[in-house]
Ligand binder design. Structure first.
Ligand SMILES: *Cc1c(COP(=O)(O)O)cnc(C)c1O
Length: 391
C-alpha cells in the first residue's frame, strides 16, 4: 500500500520505480554470491517471467533497445528490408531496424487507442503490394500498456507475409483476449523494458519472449557475441571441456545476475503493482469525467498495464498551460511521444511534418500525468486539483 506523505509540496514525477526491502535483500544476496553476471539468477528470472506471461522461452538482455535489435535480427531483418512501426513510440523501436541497414517506415495511429491504426496498416499494405515495398517486419507498440489489435495485425501478417515483434516496453502485466502480453499468441517475439520508469525494473534491462525455439536460441547466442557453450549446438564432435564456438556476429547485450535478482524480486510484486495502477487510473477517470479531456479508449478484449496515464487537451495551448501549471505546483509530466518521423535524424531520412497527421495531432495535445505504483491518493489529489484549475 502506498505510504501517506504530509508534505504537500514534494515533487511528484510522472513515473518512478518502487524498490522494496525484499528487492534490496535480493540484490545484496546476489552481490554476495559467486557469480554476479550470467549466474543462476538470470535463468530463474527468465523462467519466472515466462510463467507469468505464458511464453515458452525468455531471453534476458541488457535493455529493451538491445532486445528489439536482436529480435529484429532473429526474425531475419537485414539490409534492404523494410520495417514498419508506429510513429508514436520511443526512437529505440525504429532505430533497431536502422542498425541492420533496414529501411524504416511508419503506420499512422488510431485516435482512440493512440496505437498503430489497423485500418491505416491495411491501406498501407494494399498500396505496398501494388507498388512494392511490403514490410519484412511490423512492430506494434502497446502504448501506455494498452494492447494493440494483435489478432487483426496477425491476420494481415498471414495475408501479406510479414513477421511481428511486439514492443511491449510499457506492457508488462497487460492482457489481450485473456492472455498476458508476452505470450506471443499473435507475434514472433515480444520485447519488454525494465528501465526504472517502466512497470518493473532491473535498473537497466529487458526481456524477449517467444514461442519459437530458434528465435530464443539466436537471441541467447546473440546477446553474448554469437557464442554458444552448449554442447548440443556445437559443430565440433567431441568438444574439449573448455570449448566454445562463435557462430555469428553478436554483441555483449547481457543482463547481470544482480539485475536479474532485482527483476525476479520485482516480479513478485507485479500483480499488486498493476492493481494499484488500475485504482489510480479509475480515480483519474472519475475525477476528469466532467472535464473536456480526452482519454485513451481501451479495446473491449484487453486490459492495460497502465504504464502511463495520458490525457488529451482540446488544443496545444491548453496542453502547454496545463504543463506549466503542473510544473509550478511541483508536478512532473511528460509528452509521449514526439513522433519519431519528426526527429531531425528521421527528417534526414526523408520524413516530414504532415506525413502522419493522426500521430502529429495526438502529439500536439497529449500529456502523461503522474502514474506509478507508489503514488499516494493525496499526491494524486494534488494532480487532480491542479488539472481542474487549468479550466
Ligand atoms: C523504454 C522504451 C524502449 C527502450 O527501452 P530501454 O530498456 O530503455 O532500452 C523502447 N520502446 C519503448 C516504447 C519504450 O518506452
Amino acid at each position: 500500500m502506498p505510504k501517506e506523505k504530509s508534505d504537500t509540496t514534494d515533487f511528484i514525477p510522472y513515473g518512478r520505480q518502487s524498490i522494496s526491502n525484499s528487492d534490496i535483500d535480493a540484490v545484496l544476496s546476489s552481490l554476495k554470491s559467486d557469480m554476479i553476471t550470467q549466474g543462476p539468477a538470470i535463468s530463474i528470472f527468465e523462467d519466472n517471467f515466462i510463467k507469468n506471461v505464458e511464453a515458452d522461452f525468455g531471453c534476458a538482455v541488457c535493455n529493451a533497445s538491445a532486445g528489439l535489435h536482436l529480435a529484429y535480427k532473429a526474425v531475419g531483418v537485414q539490409r534492404g528490408d523494410v520495417v514498419w512501426t508506429s510513429p508514436n513510440t520511443f526512437v529505440a523501436t525504429a532505430n533497431a531496424a536502422l542498425y541492420e541497414g533496414a529501411t524504416v517506415d511508419f503506420v499512422d495511429t488510431d485516435p482512440d487507442t493512440f496505437c498503430m491504426s489497423v485500418s491505416a496498416l491495411k491501406a498501407k499494405l494494399e498500396k505496398a503490394k501494388k507498388n512494392g515495398g511490403l514490410p519484412k517486419l511490423v512492430v506494434p507498440v502497446h502504448l501506455a500498456g494498452q494492447p494493440c489489435e494483435m489478432e487483426e495485425i496477425y491476420n494481415l501478417s498471414k495475408q501479406y507475409g510479414f513477421k511481428i515483434v511486439e514492443d511491449a516496453s510499457h506492457a508488462v502485466g497487460a492482457r489481450y483476449q485473456n492472455k498476458p502480453i508476452g505470450s506471443c499468441q499473435y507475434s514472433d517475439a515480444c520485447v519488454f523494458s525494465f528501465h526504472p520508469v517502466k512497470i518493473i525494473t532491473t535498473g537497466e534491462g529487458g526481456m524477449v519472449t517467444t514461442r519459437d525455439k530458434n528465435i530464443a536460441e539466436y537471441i541467447k547466442m546473440g546477446r553474448t557475441h554469437g557464442i554458444t557453450k552448449e554442447r548440443a549446438l556445437m559443430n565440433t564432435d567431441a568438444p574439449e571441456p573448455w570449448f566454445y564456438e562463435q557462430h555469428f556476429l553478436g554483441y555483449n547485450f547481457r543482463m547481470t545476475d544482480i539485475q536479474a535478482a532485482l527483476g525476479n524480486s520485482q516480479l513478485k510484486n507485479l500483480e499488486a503493482n498493476i492493481q494499484r495502477r488500475e485504482q489510480i487510473a479509475s480515480r483519474y477517470q472519475d475525477a476528469f469525467s466532467d472535464l473536456p479531456l480526452g482519454l485513451q479508449n481501451p479495446l473491449q478484449n484487453a486490459s492495460s498495464s497502465w504504464h502511463l496515464f495520458i490525457v488529451m487537451f482540446d488544443n496545444s495551448s491548453l496542453r502547454r498551460k496545463a504543463f506549466d501549471k503542473l510544473q509550478e505546483n511541483n508536478i512532473g509530466t511528460q509528452v509521449h511521444y514526439i513522433p519519431v518521423h519528426m526527429q531531425p535524424y528521421y527528417v534526414q531520412q526523408g520524413f516530414k511534418e504532415g506525413d502522419f497527421p493522426e500521430a502529429e495531432d495526438y502529439y500536439s495535445r497529449c500529456l502523461s500525468l503522474p502514474m506509478f505504483h507508489g503514488l499516494t491518493d493525496q499526491e494524486q489529489d494534488r494532480v487532480i486539483q491542479t488539472i481542474k484549475k487549468v479550466f
